[in-house]
Ligand binder design. Structure first.
Ligand SMILES: *[C@@H]1O[C@H](CO)[C@@H](O)[C@H](O)[C@H]1NC(C)=O
Ligand SMILES: *[C@@H]1O[C@H](CO)[C@@H](O)[C@H](O)[C@H]1NC(C)=O
Ligand SMILES: *[C@@H]1O[C@H](CO)[C@@H](O)[C@H](O)[C@H]1NC(C)=O
Ligand SMILES: *[C@@H]1O[C@H](CO)[C@@H](O)[C@H](O)[C@H]1NC(C)=O
Length: 509
């Protein structure tokens, strides 16, 4: 059995035989790409600007049967339906909201319950700050009474104080590690009025890990009375209403360090992109330990770790703060890449990662509309995000659309002679063999398997998926993929996950 390469072009020309790969996707580890061998998104880390599903929330699909609402009886999202302002969503709540139908006027948000208790901290770099910060200033940070922005260059951006998280890094470290050449270059570029974005690269990326420990420490020092601290990246989308509802349920005297779990070796840590939460008790323990150990121990320890979120986990561990998995409240996917399963369906979603500024904006508008409709006491759930962002885009046939079906990948060998040992291809059922003939036969193969919900086809390669996933417009290697979903099965599945009688706020140690 050969495991399929993610790049079909390579597989096709070089291997020339059938590859069937099955991945268990339900319990996969939501790790950051570079650490976790199980991550499906290797190499995606910096691709926040990849083409995304159309920015218009409810575009009309141009393919036959593309209207999910019509095909499945989902409520037409243009129909306004009021949901009562209580936590328990009514059964089959028609909660889809038409963003366009809600005025974008600002909802008073900085005085929402719990807003005073939380300090939101964003980490960025001078090389991306002009590209990524404005969206946050225009949205989230208009609602957060207490926030701070950390970078690798101290200064003022759009009237906001930006802290240099590296200002107190010891001289020895700054001299010893070559990424600090870029740190000095950043300052030089600023002094010379050069384009800071030109410095984007491995060096400025490598600087990032040094920011975490001092950033968390200084955030605490800036606001030691904050009940909760939430740390995000510039490509994280944070739901203000869901965050507040979440922290209002937590006790800040319990030392929480919570986020989307990932592992490096034996270290369990909160991956940075999904954001992480520290309670006051956790931050207090951390700050005390930091005073004693940062210079002596933690900074040297940081040198040996790949990444700042891992180094921070070690520091917190050293300070006797335990990690809690807050998945899927805090999580590292986008609406395009998330696997929509029963496990997540009724959970409120607090963060999304790998989000470009325009996607962050779309989510923000959605949240504004949600709050306007439901008030500050009803969280939006993963299912609501599905209804808003995914359901309207599913169709039996989408040209040039990729990245969904990966549970079984069937590739027809280029020619019979090239099947050296032949076995795998010949072991396939006729149905599987036939699936590689055309888009229609691939779709047919999916229909014949009870648990198949989506399919993808290109050049004698048919991929079938058991998990609902939206994916993205095909580009690069994936150009030419054509994808589709079995609409009534998806409707059946999602119906079977209802009702969400209560938001599932559970998270575990
Ligand atoms: C660096 O040290 C100074 C002086 O102690 C302090 O005021 C400042 O907040 C520190 N900066 C950071 C990022 O820790
Ligand atoms: C699509 O899937 C492939 C293989 O699973 C993966 O390498 C790639 O990063 C994915 N692309 C997107 C946009 O999610
Ligand atoms: C596969 O295709 C062949 C030729 O088109 C057809 O005769 C056969 O019935 C198909 N088998 C299945 C299982 O669909
Ligand atoms: C959907 O569910 C109904 C009732 O359980 C069942 O009769 C029907 O066959 C299902 N449809 C699909 C496409 O699975």
């Amino acid at each position: 059995m050969w495991i399929s390469s993610a790049r079909p072009g390579v597989t096709l020309s070089r291997l020339s035989f059938v590859v069937v790969a099955s991945f268990i996707l339900l319990f996969w580890n939501y790790g950051l790409p570079q650490y976790s061998p199980t991550s499906r998104f290797s190499g995606q880390e910096e691709k926040a600007t990849t083409p995304t599903p159309a920015a218009t929330p409810h575009f009309i699909l141009d393919t036959p049967g593309g209207d999910y609402a019509a095909a499945t009886g989902y409520p037409d999202s243009a129909t306004e339906t009021i949901i009562p302002e209580e936590i328990n969503l009514p059964e089959s709540s028609p909660s889809s909201i038409t963003i366009a139908s809600v005025e974008p006027s600002l909802i008073s948000c900085s005085d929402a319950k719990g807003a005073e208790d939380v300090m939101v901290v964003l980490k960025t770099s001078a090389v991306e700050i002009y590209e990524k910060l404005p969206e946050h200033l225009l949205t989230l940070f208009r609602c957060t009474p207490h926030y701070a922005i950390f970078s690798d260059l101290q200064g003022i951006v759009a009237g906001q104080n930006i802290y240099d998280a590296l200002e107190n890094t010891t001289v020895e470290t700054k001299e010893k590690h070559k990424e600090f050449e870029d740190y000095r270059k950043i300052q030089q570029y600023r002094a010379e009025w050069q384009q800071l974005a030109d410095l984007k690269g491995e060096g400025t990326k490598a600087l990032d890990k040094w920011k975490f420990l001092p950033m968390v420490y200084k955030s605490y020092k800036m606001r030691p009375q904050a009940k909760f601290f939430v740390f995000i990246e510039a490509d994280t989308s944070l739901s203000w209403t869901n965050l507040l509802q979440w922290i209002n349920r937590l006790d800040s005297r319990i030392p929480y360090y919570a986020g989307a779990p990932s592992n490096v070796g034996k270290i369990r840590f909160a991956q940075r992109g999904g954001g992480f939460l520290l309670s006051n008790a956790a931050a207090t323990l951390y700050a005390t330990a930091y005073d004693q150990r940062y210079v002596l121990k933690w900074e040297k320890m940081t040198a040996g770790e790949c990444c700042g979120d891992v180094a921070l986990a070690l520091g917190l561990n050293d300070a006797h703060v335990e990690f809690y998995s807050a998945f899927p409240l805090l999580q590292g996917e986008t609406p395009a890449s998330l696997d929509w399963t029963k496990r997540h369906w009724c959970a409120p979603v607090v963060s999304w990662h790998h989000m470009s500024p325009n996607e962050i904006d779309i989510l923000w508008n959605f949240q504004q509309a949600w709050v306007k409709r439901n008030g500050w006491d009803t969280p939006y759930l993963i299912k609501n995000a599905f209804e808003e962002f995914v359901a309207p885009r599913l169709s039996p046939d989408r040209e040039n659309w990729d990245n969904l079906s990966q549970d079984q990948i069937i590739i027809k060998p280029a020619d019979a002679d090239s099947i050296t040992d032949g076995a795998d291809w010949y072991k396939l059922s006729d149905l599987d063999k036939n699936s590689t003939a055309s888009f229609e036969s691939c779709k047919y193969a999916c229909e014949q398997q009870n648990d198949c919900v989506q399919y993808r086809y290109k050049d004698s390669e048919c991929s079938l998926g058991k998990v609902i996933r939206l994916g993205r417009r095909a580009h690069g290697d994936s150009l030419g993929y054509r994808s589709g979903w079995i609409m009534d099965r998806i409707k059946n599945l999602t119906d079977s996950w209802e009702p969400c009688s209560e938001p599932n706020w559970k998270f575990n140690q």
